[in-house]
Design a protein around this ligand. Structure first.
Ligand code: KIV
Ligand code: ZN
Length: 567
């Protein structure tokens, strides 16, 4: 029996019957704060070294973060040194504010102020835990004890800030986190934050950031949103505070909790790239931002080079971004199912034909190009793929635009190869199949040389142009001279091959296009013939001479038919 569930209690719902957030819509990006270098870093098996942190910091700046929590300088010498390097080497752009975390303890606060000396823009972020559980099992104190710790810390921070500003003119702002906010009775959280705001002298002109951590995610995101809306509605002087979210991902809902928290009134989001952080991680800022982007909202962060960002992340954290990670995973712009592939292809064609202003491709919520990905890997071909998938690869990767009527034929060839190999085919393997089946198919017939010329013939008063074909056609190992006359190259060739007994092939359809633009472009022709046994078959011809491309296409179709007969 799986009885362990009995030891857990359900999350108590928030009493907020007139909640407003379900009717709200996210319309603009919040203020973003990256905590990669602190919350993310503290959860790594090997925390980042100086060089890695500096590289990651630069990446965050390039992405567009204006607030970056760089560490916990009072916690270790390494953290202290890294912060000093950023400041002393002048690596912090003027429009970026660094944030430093400190526990609400006097000696750590003192040390933090030493660490930030010389920085232009700083957020001093202090915290103490307020949760019901921690008060009971860790601190053995009541709410008043916890409030006293926060208020005393606020008083010291205010004094040290006034001194520092008088000395250096630095721009120092404050952030307070009632750690484990979501595990705290929500009115208690309001009360402690209210006292901190008062102590710090918050005003609408000098707002204080109140960060409300979902330190351990313990409820559905709607309960989190209720807590945030309750907090915003009950805080006196709401306009003197910036309400910040800091969701963790224990239930896998951090992104959803963030989005609902924004609907509930929050102004700011703390999180990390790809969701790194303690245990299951922090809210993934890249995903939240790209979710906004794909709803037509400017996220104010730039992930157009997501692969390069992922590379920095993987190098610095020694973690891997999962193949299915939204927007960033290796597999997220692929479609394995045939019907998906078909719909994607139609969507792309529809957009090209209609010059659509909006992204209208089924099964792809985002244009892969927007995160620096190419179309090539969208379609992967396995034995479940539809007939259009292989044709799509041939068109988008190699420029061969087969007529629609040919898709089932080539699709079946690729499916057969997938079945035989027991795995999916890569684009280069699909091309190799195409090449072997069509372009290099020269048996039993192989045109060794040819001549085409036009002649004007006069009949009564009329002048007609006829085309002569002469060539050397090898059949198996014997060469045959063939010649024929017709009203065009294809007709002349058909008449020529009749002289060596190739007949009962009827011309059904012809398509051609240029393969590459420019002077060295080649023509590719797709010829469909009806065979003596009344089935149809395609051949493909490629040549810089358009007439020869067609003739090669006919020979290819005949060869394929003959090979089938022999099989
Ligand atoms: O998750 C958390 O509660 C934190 C605080 C220190 C803000 O990281
Ligand atoms: Zn955290």
């Amino acid at each position: 029996m799986y009885e362990g569930f009995r030891k857990y209690r359900p999350f108590p719902p928030i009493d907020l019957p007139d909640r407003q957030w379900p009717n709200k819509v996210i319309e603009k990006a919040p203020t973003w704060c990256s905590v990669d270098l602190r919350d993310g870093n503290q959860a790594l098996i090997n925390p980042m070294n100086l060089e890695q942190k500096l590289r990651f910091f630069k990446t965050l700046v390039d992405v567009g973060f204006k607030e970056i929590e760089v560490g916990f300088p009072s916690a270790s010498e390494t953290e202290y040194e890294i912060l000093r390097t950023l400041i002393d080497r002048n690596l912090i752009p003027d429009d970026v504010t660094i944030q430093v975390l400190v526990q609400a303890r006097p000696h750590l606060i003192q040390k933090t102020f030493e660490a930030i000396r010389g920085a232009k823009n700083v957020i001093v972020h202090f915290y103490n835990s307020t949760s019901t559980l921690q008060r009971k099992v860790v601190f053995h104190t009541d709410m008043q004890g916890v409030i006293d710790i926060a208020v005393d810390a606020a008083r010291l921070i205010k004094r040290l800030t006034d001194e520092e500003v008088a000395k250096t003119g630095a721009n120092i702002r404050f952030e307070y986190s009632p750690e484990s906010f979501s595990g705290t009775e929500v009115q208690n959280a309001v009360d402690i934050c209210q006292r901190v705001l008062e102590e710090l002298g918050a005003t609408p002109e000098n707002k204080v950031i109140l960060n409300l951590p979902n330190t351990v995610e313990g409820s559905t995101p709607n309960c989190h949103a209720d807590q945030i809306e309750y907090f915003c509605r009950h805080l006196k002087g709401r306009d003197s505070a910036i309400i910040s979210l800091h969701p963790h991902n224990d239930r896998g809902c951090a992104v959803a909790a963030t989005e609902l928290g924004l609907m509930a009134g929050a102004d700011r989001v703390e999180g990390t790239l790809f969701g790194n952080g303690e245990r299951t991680g922090n809210a993934d800022i890249m995903v939240i931002a790209m979710n906004m982007y794909s709803q037509g909202i400017d996220p104010k962060l730039d992930f157009s080079n997501l692969n390069a960002i992922k590379e920095v992340y993987e190098d610095c954290t020694e973690l891997q971004v999962h193949e299915r990670h939204p927007y960033a995973g290796e597999l997220v712009f692929t479609a394995f199912s045939g019907s998906h592939q078909d719909a994607i292809k139609k969507g792309i064609e529809y957009m090209q034909e209609h010059h659509s202003d909006y992204w209208e491709v089924p099964y792809l919520p985002l244009d892969p190009a927007d995160v620096g990905r190419a179309y090539e890997p969208i379609i992967r071909i396995n034995s479940q793929s539809g007939k259009g998938g292989a044709a799509f690869i041939m068109k988008h990767n190699y420029g061969y635009d087969m007529p629609k009527t040919m898709h089932p034929e080539f699709g079946a060839i690729v499916k057969g190869a997938c079945d035989e190999a027991g795995r999916e085919m890569q684009p280069d393997e699909i091309y190799a199949l195409f090449q072997k089946e069509y372009l290099d198919n020269r048996y039993p017939y192989n045109l060794k040389s040819y001549k085409l010329y036009e002649e004007n013939e006069s009949h009564d008063d009329q002048k007609d142009t006829v085309v002569h074909f002469e060539g050397n056609l090898r059949f198996k190992h014997e060469d045959h001279h063939i010649s024929g006359v017709g009203n065009g190259p294809i007709d002349a060739f058909f008449n020529a091959i009749r002289t060596v007994g190739i007949q009962n092939y009827r011309f059904v359809s012809y398509h051609e296009h240029a393969l590459n633009a420019g002077a060295d472009s080649k023509a590719v022709s797709y010829i469909q013939l009806e065979t003596p046994d009344k089935t149809t078959i395609f051949g493909v011809g490629l040549d810089s001479n358009i007439s020869l491309a067609s003739i090669k296409g006919i020979i290819c179709a005949i060869n394929r038919a003959e090979q089938k007969n022999q099989a």
